[in-house]
Structure formats: structure tokens, C-alpha cells
Ligand binder design. Sequence first.
Ligand code: ZN
Ligand code: ZN
Length: 357
Amino acid sequence: MAIREGRWDCPSCETKGLLGRDRECNQCGAPRPEGVRFYLPKDAVEVEDPEQIAVAKAGADWICEYCGASNRTTQTQCVECGAPRSQVTQAVRDYRLDEVPRSGDRRSSQPISVSSPSVSPVQSSLSARKLGAIGICLAIVIGIGIFLFQPIAMDATVSSLSWERTVKIEKLTTVTESDWSVPTGGRTLSQQEEIRRYEQVLDRYETRTRNVSERVQVGTETYVCGTRDLGNGFFEDKTCTRAVYETRSRTETYEEPIYRDEPVYDTKYTYEIDEWLPNREELAAGEGKSARWPEFTLGTDEREAKRTEKYQARFLGERGKIYTLKLDENIWDELEIGESRKLKVNRLGSASLNSDP
Ligand SMILES: [Zn+2]
Ligand SMILES: [Zn+2]
């Protein structure tokens, strides 16, 4: 596994980027303290020197309890004061690739700046202006709507009255129809077998082929998945293994069911039946107020179906404008030719009779 040399920052004089192999600061001479944060710059190259590799692999450094000096694990006495080896060692830590420290621990010298979000006065006045413009547009649209639809009262004179009354008449008629059953009142004329629908019936199986693809594990691979802080200024790559897959396609045969359409027969009847069908319309229409129903006589096998009536009045308004209104009979009946009435008219030309006299 590849060994790389880390870095550390001196907490006494704040010198940055001291080499991992150094056990004291090359600026102020302070010993590398217990719990120092080792970090691994992104571009740290692999260590080739066998001596350094041996140091890295030997184990974590220990800290002298008497003078605080940092000692290699192979040293049994403190290099500074000769005190016996202590149990205090630098920590050995595993990091995932995304959590490897890339710079010194500068939390103390880098206060977290707290900034509260604030809307600048320029921005808020802009949005206020925008809102104002929308408001003005809305007011104009509403204004135009009121202008067009608001009715205005207008004096008008009844110039003519007309009416129209209609009676629809049906005749009982014999018709010939055909269906899969004869309805009540039908008289069967003939019957025959006909195809009513088709049913899908399994006919046979056919052997066919198709391509299927599948993911197959073809082996495993090792990859660098993290690093280990060896506690002596060096880091060692950590590897993990994972499965390697390949997509393979193969041809397989299968049985495809083949269906055919089989006709299903049923009896179809031709029959005659009597039905009330529209036959004629009798209309009476005229000017003035003498509305009446048309006079008619019902023939053999005839009946009255529906009566409809329409009443219209024409008004002569201001500036010679003519308005034609469809009215209910009772309102129409109260009008007299030459009489003055008030109309409600809007600018789109629709008019109605003002109910308040
Ligand atoms: Zn220093
Ligand atoms: Zn010592």
C-alpha cells in the first residue's frame, strides 16, 4: 500500500505545512504535541525512500511524559531527556476518501462569520414598484369591464309586439328494425343466424427466440477507499474490494401462444314495430297582442307532442336604435304599442327591460 507523508501546523508559532517526519517545529523548536492534527495535501506523492517507509510502518509515535518530546515507536527512551517510554501515543485513525483532512486545524483562528440575510432597500423598492404596476394593470382591466358591462338606463318606446306558437305532432308509424332480441310490441318478420362476435381461441404454440441480457459477476477489484493516519506523520492508503459486473446477452427460446378468431353465432331477428315519430308542425304567428294557438285536427294515428311559444317586443331607443327583446308572456302581455319604458342597455348592445317602472 502506498505510503504518503502528511503535514502538520505548529500550534506554538502557527507555522503551516511542517513535514510529517519532523517531530519538532523547524521555526520555534516546540515539540510536535500530543493530539496534533496530521493532514494529507491532495498532491502528496508516494514515499519511495525505504528508510521513511520503515518509519511509517513501525507504528505511532509516543510522547515523553516528562519533557513532552515526540519519539519514534522504536525508541525505548526519550531522545531529549532519557526518560523511559510512556503509554501516551499519537492516535491512529481511519478516514473514508471524502473525510481525509486536507489542511491544518484552523478552527481557532477562523471564527465562523455569522451573517444574517437582509433584503437590501433597493430590492424591496423594486418589488414594490413591480407590485404597483400589476395593480394599475388590474385596475384598468376591471375598469374596462365595468365600462362595457355596466348597464345604463335608457328611455325607449314599444314599437311592435310579435308572437309565435308551435305545436309538434307525432304519428304512429310502423318501422322495420333488426336486433338480437325482439322488444315488447315487436312483430317478428324473419330470423337468421349471424356472427355476433369473435372469440380468441388458442390455436397452437410457436417456438421463437429472443435476446435477454443479464448482469453477471465476473470477479472482484480492489480500489483505494480511504486512508489511515499512522500516528507518526505518515498516511497509508486503505483499499477495499468490490464485485465487478458485466452485462451479457444470450439468446433463449420460448413458446409463444398463437390465437385465432373464432366466430360466435346468434339469432338475429327482423321485426316491425309501431313508434311515435315526428310528423308535422303547426305554427301560428302574428303581430300585435292577439296570440293564439294554431288550429289543427289530428289525423288517424296522430298525437300532439310538444307546444312551444315565443314572445318578442321591439323598442325604439335613443338615437333611433332598435332593440328586440324576447320576453315572458306575462311581461309581454302588459306592454302597449307607443308606451314608454325604461331599458337597461350596456355598451356591448345587450338590453333588458328595467323591471322597476
Ligand atoms: Zn513553531
Ligand atoms: Zn523527554
